[in-house]
Design a protein around this ligand. Structure first.
Ligand SMILES: NC(=O)c1ccc[n+]([C@@H]2O[C@H](COP(=O)([O-])OP(=O)(O)OC[C@H]3O[C@@H](n4cnc5c(N)ncnc54)[C@H](O)[C@@H]3O)[C@@H](O)[C@H]2O)c1
Length: 455
């Protein structure tokens, strides 16, 4: 019989608890035996939910590491972006394997530091690139691997962030100020998409360009006469970004972020929620006056080592959320929408009246809203299951991402930020070679020479 995998939660927030729920679904395979979190309320809730003793309850990752012992097989690290590397390193040194949230580092230096520590300790570290596990992207990957559309020439992807998601996360919310949270918009939102693009293409990225700006939420665009808090504002009933419209008229929308400030109140009433928005809840602030420091749209291009290209268009403020994708290959194309969980496969057929044949693949599940397997189109829980299977000694699935693999998407994002700020084409390959992610011999010599000499 396979041994049960044991885990300690580090950072008992929204994400880690979602992943931990796999222990409730398959208790014979996975067990939560401890928690580390400075938040006493969350610690207590976690102890009660998973039923372990106070002796495996710690006030921080640092306190857990200070035991100097490995108390479980693995860690679920769901701390915030800037805490990932500092909390992970001492635990990896104690021999834990780890399921680590994205973005797993907020700059290149700490990213490669984490890579070195993981390698030195032979740790299995899986980054939570949950979309690789969403049936939508997995089905696309399978078709690409089957060769049906030939060799991929170009990928076009959009990440369309709805106005209410943008407001709660990237304007008023935890990722609204890149100086404070450490993660610029592209890193916080699209290290997934960049990872997907590179995984789908299956070839290393070489050169990156990027452009973007804060078009809509710059402070000078604040409507004349508006107040600093929505519930005091003359535009409270008319503004697209009114906290009333977003969070009181729809009290369950993004509830896990908006009502963090009153999470200690069991079943808060509408009056509790209104008082919170009038008080110091960050989500009650005007989107044009909330210490926002970020851009709201960004266009990034990738030139792969085989000469194919990718475009990622990240836009905040759309009416409807979606991730759409269009991949053109030498024999056909794939075009679809993640939110509708459908894509079309079109192949070149010169004899057909239209010149092509097409079929629709319908995954019959809604995008980000699907329940049973967590959000992200069913990717969340499938990913945890794969992580557990790997720790049980099974072969990784096609979606599994090693740290060496996750480096690529994150590095592409860091380089995109460099490209955007410095307005230039940035070459990614020298860093990959320097850090042993890529050997010169892995690439076609001519392409390598051309790209390495480009800087
Ligand atoms: N994979 C995805 O698709 C996805 C989606 C959303 C968010 N995320 C990422 O998940 C991570 C967590 O987000 P969240 O909303 O769950 O965060 P959260 O704020 O709800 O939880 C973070 C927890 O970490 C705890 N913490 C802080 N310092 C700590 C320390 N030193 N030791 C132990 N615990 C500590 C906090 O008290 C808090 O409870 C973020 O990095 C975020 O970017 C990933």
């Amino acid at each position: 019989m396979t041994k049960q995998v044991t885990a300690i939660i580090v950072g008992a927030g929204h994400r880690a608890l979602l992943y931990a729920s796999f222990a409730e679904m398959q208790p014979e395979r996975f067990k939560i035996i401890g928690v580390a979190d400075p938040n006493a309320f969350r610690r207590k809730e976690t102890v009660e939910r998973f039923g372990f003793g106070e002796d495996t309850c710690f006030e921080s990752a640092e306190a857990l590491a200070a035991t100097g012992k490995k108390l479980a097989d693995c860690i679920i690290n769901g701390t915030m972006d800037e805490d990932h590397v500092p909390t992970s390193v001492p635990l990896l040194r104690l021999g834990y394997d780890m399921l680590l949230e994205k973005p797993f580092a907020i700059n290149e230096t700490e990213m490669f530091y984490l890579l070195d520590v993981a390698r030195e300790n032979n740790a299995k570290v899986m980054i939570c690139h949950v979309l690789r596990y969403a049936p939508f992207y997995r089905a696309i990957k399978d078709i690409l691997l089957s060769g049906e559309i030939g060799e991929v020439i170009a990928l076009r992807m959009s990440e369309l962030v709805s106005y209410h998601h943008a407001a709660v996360s990237f304007i008023r919310g935890k990722w609204g100020n890149s100086d404070l949270c450490g993660a610029p918009f592209l890193l916080a939102k699209c290290c997934h998409d960049m990872d997907l693009m590179i995984w789908l293409k299956g070839v290393k990225p070489a050169e990156i360009t990027s452009q973007g700006s804060d078009f809509q939420f710059a402070e000078f665009k604040k409507p004349a006469g508006s107040a600093d808090r929505c519930l005091d504002c003359a535009y409270v009933d008319t503004c697209d970004y009114s906290a009333k419209g977003h969070y009181l008229d729809h009290p369950d929308r993004w509830a896990f972020y908006v009502w963090d400030a009153i999470e200690h109140i069991e079943n808060p009433t509408l009056a509790d929620k209104e008082a919170s928005l009038r008080g110091n809840n960050i989500h009650g602030r005007c989107v044009w006056n909330c210490n926002h420091k970020n851009i709201d749209h960004q266009l990034t291009t990738v030139n792969f080592t085989d000469g194919s290209t990718g475009v990622l268009n990240l836009i905040a403020g759309t009416a409807k959320p979606d991730r759409d994708i269009h991949i053109v290959g030498t024999h056909g194309e794939i075009q679809g929408s993640f939110e509708s969980a459908k894509f079309t496969v079109r192949t070149i057929v010169p004899s057909a009246p239209t010149g092509y044949e097409e079929r629709v693949v319908d995954l019959h599940m809604a995008g980000d809203a699907s329940g049973a397997f967590g959000v992200h189109g069913g990717g969340d829980i499938r990913m945890v299951e794969d992580f557990v299977a790997i720790l049980e000694g099974n072969e990784p699935s096609i979606s599994a991402t090693s740290l060496d693999d996750s480096i690529l998407g994150h590095l592409a994002v860091f380089k995109a930020e460099e490209a955007r700020k410095e307005r230039r084409v940035v070459n990614i390959l020298p860093d990959l070679v320097r850090h042993g992610v890529l050997r010169n011999s892995d690439m076609d010599a001519e392409v390598y020479k051309r790209i390495m000499n480009a800087d």
